[in-house]
Design a binder for this molecule. Structure first.
Ligand code: SF4
Ligand code: SF4
Length: 242
């Protein structure tokens, strides 16, 4: 669907891709070859969000053609980065079809992605953590439960990014980190690289948007951040199920 194809590119780069390829028969893959029409499938992985009418019909056809359907990547799961657009109407797949599971992330982190695929090949359900990023975060010791620091930045200063001296929880440094409302499962990839969590894996419960909204209400945000819509719309828009 509408996407940057980053999730599919990640699929090719997974260590387990050769194994995955050996154990599956790839029956329909418009990214790499022209297809005439849909057949019937055991599993469909769909990347991308819905921004056009024809895509609704297409995913409904795929739903009828496949025994199991999975949303692949934050665009398919939540709406994704295109939610930042003020002009485009963006929906996740689940607003139009029933999905059997999700593989979240932008793109999905390699370990999580690989484990999900292996589960599918073994006919098991995809299991995602119901804990948040802070649970496994290397900086969690400095987490301030009273949220005393004023939050003024979305990213740290470049000189701080590679600094290994006394790394502290981003919130205590005045940098917005969405770890408290984001599902863990990426091995804290961004945090280990000196960047705060921006929520790409979605929330372990309820909608990412409403969790961000509630979380921000606890923080002392600078005026700039209070009016910055990109915090909310980075990966999802509030939407009504049709
Ligand atoms: S989830 Fe991220 S990497 Fe995957 S298609 Fe969407 S924007 Fe690209
Ligand atoms: S808020 Fe961010 S930096 Fe702080 S403990 Fe949670 S995930 Fe780690």
């Amino acid at each position: 669907m509408t996407s940057c194809s980053g999730c599919i590119s990640t699929l090719f780069s997974l260590d387990i891709f050769p194994q995955f390829f050996e154990k599956t028969e790839i029956a329909y893959f418009p990214y790499i070859r022209d297809e005439e029409k849909l057949g019937s499938y055991d599993i469909a992985l769909i990347e991308g969000c819905i921004t056009q009418e024809f895509q609704i019909r297409l995913i409904q056809e795929i739903r009828r053609a496949a025994r199991k359907v999975y949303s692949l990547g934050s665009c398919a799961v939540l709406g994704g980065l295109i939610s930042l657009s003020k002009k485009k109407k963006v929906d996740p797949l689940s607003n139009f079809i029933e999905v059997d599971g999700i593989i979240p992330g932008c793109p999905p982190p390699s370990n999580l992605f690989g484990n999900c695929l292996m589960n599918l090949l073994e006919n098991k359900m995809i299991k995602l953590s119901n804990k948040n990023q802070c649970y496994s975060c290397p900086l969690r010791e400095g987490f301030d439960y009273e949220f005393k620091s004023k939050i003024t930045k979305l990213i740290p200063n470049s000189r701080d990014i590679n600094s290994t001296q006394n790394p502290k929880c981003f919130l205590s440094q005045g940098v917005l980190c969405l770890g408290p409302v984001t599902r863990e499962g990426c091995d804290n990839k961004c945090i280990n690289k000196g960047m705060p969590c921006d929520g790409c894996l979605g929330s372990p419960s309820k909608s990412l948007f409403s969790n961000i909204f509630n979380f921000l209400s606890l923080l002392d945000l600078s005026n700039d951040l209070k009016t910055y819509e990109g915090i909310f719309y980075r990966y999802s828009k509030p939407s009504i199920k049709r």
